[in-house]
Design a protein around this ligand. Sequence first.
Ligand code: FAD
Ligand code: NAP
Length: 333
Amino acid sequence: MQLQEYISLRPYNTFGIDVAATSFLEINDISDLEGIEADTKKLIIGGGNNLLLTKPVDALVLHNKLKGITVEKENDTHIWLRVAAGEIWHELVLYVVNKGWGGVENLALIPGTVGAAPIQNIGAYGTEIRETIDSVTFWYWSEKKLLSFSNRECEFGYRDSIFKNQMRDKFFITSVVLKLDKVPKLNTSYGAIEQELAHMGVTEPTVKAVAYAVIHIRTDKLPDPAQIGNAGSFFKNPSLSKSSFDKLLAMYPKIPFYPVNDSWIKVPAAWLIEQCGWKGYRIGDVGVHTKQALVLVNYGHAHGQEIWDLSGKIVQSVHERFGIQLEREVQVW
Ligand code: FAD
Ligand code: NAP
C-alpha cells in the first residue's frame, strides 16, 4: 500500500481516540521495512488494543499486516510454528486448538496481533505466552537486518519483556516461533474454568474445550471494544514484598491476594481501585467501567489526554490510601 498522509487513527486504536497521523504505511512484506531509516520517528500499530493516543502522532505509523503460518520442525511431542507478526492472536489460538496442540488455550480471545504478544508477555487465566515462545524475530532498525532472540534473551517478566525496556523503539517484530505440545498438559485451576467446563458438560477436557471455556467466561465478563472504547486492563496488578503485604493485611483483612513466590504477593489492582470509589465513575465521555475497575473507557468522543488525566487521579488516590504505586500497562503516545 502507498504512504498515506494525515489520516485519522480512530479505526486503529480500541479506545477509539480520534487523532491524526502525519503519515501511515501498511507493512505487508518485510521488504516494506527496508527503506525506513533508523532515525525516522515511528509508531508501530498491530490491533491498537494496548495503546492510548494522547496527542497527534507526528511520526510514521507502521500498521503491521504481515501474514503466514509455517511449520519450522516437529518431533513426537512438540511442533514449532513460525507465525507472522500480523496474524490475529485469537485466530491463531483457534487454529492451534483445532489441531489439538497445547500451550495457548488459556490465552483465547486476547485481542491483538501475534507480534505484540511477546512485547508485554500476554497472560490470562494462569498462563503467559513466555511458556510457549521459542524465539522472536525482528527487524533491527539500526543494522537494517533481521535478528532473533531466544526465549531467555526476551527477558520475560509479568506483562514485561526486553522489548519494553532496553530494546524499546529499536525493532519491528516480524514473526514469532511457538513451541506447542502434541501431548497437552491442561491448566484448568484458575478462576471459573473448571466451573465453566462442568457447565458445558465436559468431563474429559481437551485444549479446545478449555479454549471455549475461556471464551465463554471472557465474553460474559470483559467489555468488548466494539461496543465501548477500552484497552483492557489499564494498570498492572502490583506485587508487594511479604513484609509490606503483612502490614496491609493487618489494616485491610478482606484484601484479596495471590502469592507469586515465597517473597512476593500479588494484589488485584481492581480491588484497590474499587475501594477508592472509582468503579463506575464517569466524567463526560471518560470513565471507569461499571463492572471492571481495571478498565478505563471512552463512552464516545473522549480525548486521550482526558483518559490519561483520569488514570493519574486513580494512581494518586490508590497511593494515598494504600501506599501502593500503580503502574500503567497500556502503552502511551
Ligand atoms: P498494539 O496495541 O497495536 O501495540 C501495543 C504495543 O506494542 C505498542 O507499543 C506498539 O507500538 C507495539 N507493537 C505492536 N506490534 C509490534 C511489532 N510487530 N513490532 C514492534 N512493536 C510492536 N493483554 C493481556 O496480556 N491479557 C489479556 O487477557 C488481555 N485482555 C485484553 C482484553 C481487552 C478487551 C483489550 C482491549 C485488551 C486486552 N489485553 C490483554 C491487552 C492487549 O490485547 C495485548 O496487549 C495485545 O498483545 C495487544 O496487541 P495489539 O496488536 O493490539 O498491540
Ligand atoms: P479475575 O479472574 O477476576 O481476577 C482478578 C485478578 O486476580 C486478576 O488480575 C488475576 O491476576 C488475579 N487472580 C485471580 N485468580 C488468580 C489465581 N488463581 N492465581 C493468580 N492470580 C489470580 O480477572 P479478570 O479481570 O476476569 O481477568 C481474567 C484474566 O484475563 C486475568 O488473568 C487477567 O490478567 C486477564 N485479562 C487481562 C487484561 C489485560 O488487558 N491485561 C484484560 C482482561 C483480562 P492476573 O491478571 O495476573 O491473572
